[in-house]
Design a protein around this ligand. Sequence first.
Ligand SMILES: Cc1cc2nc3c(=O)[nH]c(=O)nc-3n(C[C@H](O)[C@H](O)[C@H](O)COP(=O)(O)OP(=O)(O)OC[C@H]3O[C@@H](n4cnc5c(N)ncnc54)[C@H](O)[C@@H]3O)c2cc1C
Length: 503
Amino acid sequence: MQTIKAELVIIGSGVGGSAIAHQMVGSGAKILILERGDDLRNEPQNNDAEAVFIQSRYKTQDEWADLNGETYRPGQYYYVGGHTKFYGTAMFRFRDTDFRETQIDGAVSPAWPIGYEDLAHYYAMAEVLYGVRGTAGIDPTEPPREPFPHAAIPHEPVIAAVADQFCQQGLTPFPMPSAVDYGPGGKCQRCGTCDAFACRFDAKGDADTRVMRPLLKHENVRLERNTEVTHLVTDAAGRRIVKVVARRGGEVLHVEAPVFVLSAGAINSALILLRSACEVAPNGLANRSGVVGRHLMNHHLTGLMGVKPFVVNETKFPKTLSLNDFYHGLPDDPDARGNIQMLGNIKGAMIRSTYPRTPRAAADWLGRHSVDFLAMGEDLPRWDSRVRLSDDGGVQVDYRPGGADAHDRFVRHVRRVLRRAGFPVVLRHSFGIQAPSHQCGTVRMGDDPTTSALDGLCRTHDHPNLYVVDGSFFPSSAALNPALTIAAQALRVGAHLRQTLTF
Ligand SMILES: Cc1cc2nc3c(=O)[nH]c(=O)nc-3n(C[C@H](O)[C@H](O)[C@H](O)COP(=O)(O)OP(=O)(O)OC[C@H]3O[C@@H](n4cnc5c(N)ncnc54)[C@H](O)[C@@H]3O)c2cc1C
């Protein structure tokens, strides 16, 4: 057993953890980041669909159980930079309405303890940090903002034609904000893989490339890779966290510090808190309210393949277009609402990994002839939607989405829009919790310690020296991609720590 001492311990090097460390650089504090994964190796398989989807080369080997007791290998990725190594680069700010209470089909999407105005400055910082490209002033739902740090990525011909078709329907397509180092002098090689693949050229604006690597040039930042935190330990009163316990190979590490930030991702942060149950906190740490692990959300994510049988889609980077005309509801059904954006190119191997009986030739043909969209709907937080530890210590994911009927009505409308846009066939596939790509909500923020675990600065109500900063803090999911909001709030919390901690 080895004991290490630091002044700030951050668990996880994803969007949340890396942004906290970014804000602490130059503070003089000795920062130690504990990361379960290793650096993701740059190799030809990074953008090989067979390796990624059929062989599941990069997914964790862990198995979790679903509501029916079936075990599965979740779409969880443990690497330096976390899930952003595989993310689709869509970097949206939430709308100002997303921070306020609303209802969908009578079920509540709760208010956040902070508003858009609290995050606006940090959204701007996060966009610079990740190199986000976009055009301000077109998206009809856009909150007040300054110009993007970089110009939008231009549409390729097929996507430009879709945008024209949308305009002819009276809609307002806009360039999707995207974190890719694209354009003259940029690193993007237009390899045709991006969303769900790791980038071989460091062009994707992920937390490893954009945040962690520059950070590690600083003497006061140390990253321990392949180090899996198992649990946290409190003082005898159960109030202050005194250390974390981690495994590195066969070795057990004890890491002591005055302040701890848990940023292991929404599902794993909840699990670590639950695994830390002890005599003074029998339901787990930060869990006086009982909310830890509950309100698990993942968005309603429906892929829509617009197929034109006689047209081959040669687009390399399709993720340049989005539509928010229905973000606040359909004209005759205000609860049916959400965002529409492009998916990365769907390839035959992806289809076969989900529908294994599809003949290879048919799957490849579909992949070549489709233009691929994503309809994203708000998932509503439910008390009974949760991640928990089973009696044998395994991971049980009892996911129960909220607002599914409204999303279904929204998707039916989107299919009509796509048919009108010239796609005679529109195929539909729902992404489930097996790929918990937009997981959030499991350690929610709130003003009331009886119904939330964190305050508006992500500090646990129960432990003054423990913060939880990753997708878990979301009280509601909104209907836009989560990474930029995680980054913005993490930068805000990091600024607070920088101001208040003395070393
Ligand atoms: C395929 C895919 C596509 C996506 N596309 C988009 C997109 O286009 N736009 C968008 O906004 N979002 C997207 N997302 C979601 C986005 O990537 C996540 O919301 C975001 O990365 C979450 O950040 P995080 O800090 O909460 O957690 P993570 O990124 O999961 O980081 C957590 C870190 O903690 C580490 N860790 C976990 N457990 C432990 C432990 N016990 N001890 C030590 N370390 C641990 C993990 O290895 C990881 O590095 C996508 C996700 C996926 C998987």
